[in-house]
Ligand binder design. Structure first.
Ligand SMILES: [Zn+2]
Length: 92
């Protein structure tokens, strides 16, 4: 089962629990952790010479600066946000 399928299923569980008056806390925790596993593109903060990247989850700057000539400063494009663990998707 993919993360997307699991996420849909937990959302249905959550709705069904809510309609039955049952606590939804556990499925809400599951939904949040599955959402972090689904890669999202970084938020870009660009000017003509360089692009800075922010995490789509916590909105903090990730220490990668991309210059117009393709050079990277500040390390590599990490698969996960070092702050909140959000999975990141980078353009090729
Ligand atoms: Zn983050």
């Amino acid at each position: 089962m993919s993360n997307e399928e699991a996420l849909q299923r937990f959302k249905l569980f959550s709705e069904a629990f809510e309609m039955s008056g049952l606590p939804t806390g556990a499925s809400e925790v599951a939904i949040k952790s599955i959402e972090k596993q689904i890669p999202l593109p970084s938020l870009k903060d660009s000017c003509p010479e360089r692009t800075l990247h922010k995490c789509p989850g916590c909105k903090k700057y990730i220490f990668v600066t991309e210059y117009a000539d393709g050079a990277l400063c500040g390390g590599r494009k990490s698969k996960y946000c070092p702050e909140c663990g959000q999975a990141m998707e980078w353009e090729k």
